[in-house]
Design a protein around this ligand. Structure first.
Ligand SMILES: Nc1nc2c(ncn2[C@@H]2O[C@H](COP(=O)(O)OP(=O)(O)OP(=O)(O)O)[C@@H](O)[C@H]2O)c(=O)[nH]1
Ligand SMILES: [Mg+2]
Length: 405
């Protein structure tokens, strides 16, 4: 596994920077920075401090204001900081200007996610997809510093920063690589299509959801398989498909990559073929972490990403997972994540979601095995509906009228 931050051989220290503005409230920003910290941790970075600022809109030259940038600079110097991570994507000129001021590694959320994906990629398909997304992301953003860093990553020693000429050489090299990777992916996609074609017409169910909600844990429970699950973001990158049988009803179940707010569009683009499993599914199990304070936002992010891959109209079961971690309110007013929210009991939440007509819902805990029988029954009924449409004469599932007498 490639360790993106291993050059110093120790944990690297990071400062996070976020901006509240007209379209992003200070409250939201705090949540986003918590998530950014989780992303940084996943990559092995230690967050030492978070800087925030409120502006009408991002500063076009340096993203944050020049006074704030000076504060960050002073802090970086005094505290032996290795990396500054911005929560939003920076323009190429913002990166150049900030780099000139801070003189250390600058990351934005997209590059952080791309690096996590890179460190997680296992198969030749996901490795190629991530590499392509990374190059497409870097191409318009190559700066002296980044060229230098990229060469270090590639093992080519350079003395001092790279010059314009080297940047131009790197650009050409990256363009060539992009072309090579695209060809390689086309070939892999063709193989995957053939594999999927060989699966026949069994009903296909796909697990979708925000990252770290418990998709792989549910997959392992239902299919008795052994998919890597852990409390880090993007534990799963490659799609796993297993045959599952509930009672006498066989179907296929797919576990795949999780979604996140502001997923770099280069990644969605190059992971299109991995997401084919979702696109071609008959039923979606949209898994939600009910114990996460922003679970409703996460539902919206997932729905938005599903819409991007034309999969929003499929029959969907909303699976609210981790009910064992749901913080039951002690009384009317209670503190949740530092802010006062009206008390919502799990039972009330269940009732209000169940009352909604657009999706079927089920509340479970994969970890504590709560409500799993009901979950299996709900899934069985849904799969059966489609199975009957597809195989109307399959008598073992669907007794013929003569059998009923
Ligand atoms: N307490 C509790 N923890 C759970 C439950 N389900 C899953 N987890 C934990 O949540 C973490 C994430 O689970 P995964 O199954 O890896 O989640 P995922 O959705 O596959 O995540 P990615 O592949 O990273 O997108 C793991 O540490 C699980 O053990 C649950 O019902 N209750
Ligand atoms: Mg997973």
């Amino acid at each position: 596994m490639k360790e993106p931050f291993s050059t110093k051989g120790e944990v690297e220290r990071a400062v996070l920077v976020g901006l509240a503005h007209r379209e992003q409230s200070a409250e939201k920003l705090e949540e986003y920075l918590d998530e950014l910290e989780f992303l940084a941790t996943t990559l092995g970075l230690k967050t030492v401090k978070k800087f925030t600022q409120t502006l009408d809109m991002p500063n076009p030259a340096t993203f944050i204001g020049s006074g704030k940038l000076n504060d960050v600079k002073a802090y970086v110097k005094e505290n032996d900081i290795d990396v500054v991570v911005f929560d939003d994507d920076l323009t190429p000129s913002q990166i150049r200007n900030i780099e000139k001021e801070l003189k250390i590694k600058i990351y934005d959320r997209s590059l952080l996610i791309l690096d996590i994906f890179q460190s997680r990629a296992q198969t030749s398909q996901s490795k190629t997809q991530v590499e392509l997304a990374r190059y497409e992301y870097l191409l318009p953003r190559l700066t002296r510093m980044w060229t230098h860093l990229e060469r270090q990553r590639g093992g080519t020693a350079t003395r001092g920063g790279a010059g314009e000429k080297e940047i131009e050489t790197d650009r050409r090299m990256i363009r060539n690589q992009i072309a090579v990777l695209k060809k390689k992916l086309e070939k892999i996609d063709r193989q995957m299509r053939t594999q999927r074609g060989n699966r026949g017409s069994m009903v296909r169910v796909a697990l979708v959801g925000y990252t770290n909600v418990g998709k792989s844990t549910i997959m392992n429970l239902i299919s008795k398989s052994d998919v890597f699950a852990e409390n880090k973001l993007f534990a799963t990158l490659d799609t796993t498909v297993r045959k599952v049988v509930i009672d006498n009803l066989p179907f296929l179940m797919a576990d795949t990559v999780g979604f996140i707010r502001k997923l770099p569009h280069q990644l969605v683009e190059s992971f299109k073929s991995t997401l084919d499993e979702v696109r071609e599914a008959d039923i979606l199990l949209h898994v939600v972490d009910i114990s996460h304070p922003q679970f409703e936002d996460q539902i919206l992010t997932v729905e938005k990403t599903l819409a991007e891959i034309d999969s929003i109209d499929k029959p969907t079961i909303l699976v609210f997972n981790k009910v064992d971690l749901y913080p039951e309110p002690p009384d009317e007013e209670w503190k949740w994540d530092g802010e006062v929210k009206p008390a919502i009991r799990l039972g009330d939440l269940e009732k209000s979601w169940m009352a909604r007509q657009d999706h079927q819902t089920i509340f479970v805990s994969a970890h504590e095995k709560i409500n799993l029988d009901k979950f299996k029954r709900t899934l069985y009924d849904k799969v059966r509906e489609i199975h009957i449409q597809r195989f109307p004469y399959n008598s073992f599932l669907y007794p013929l009228p003569s059998d009923q007498s």
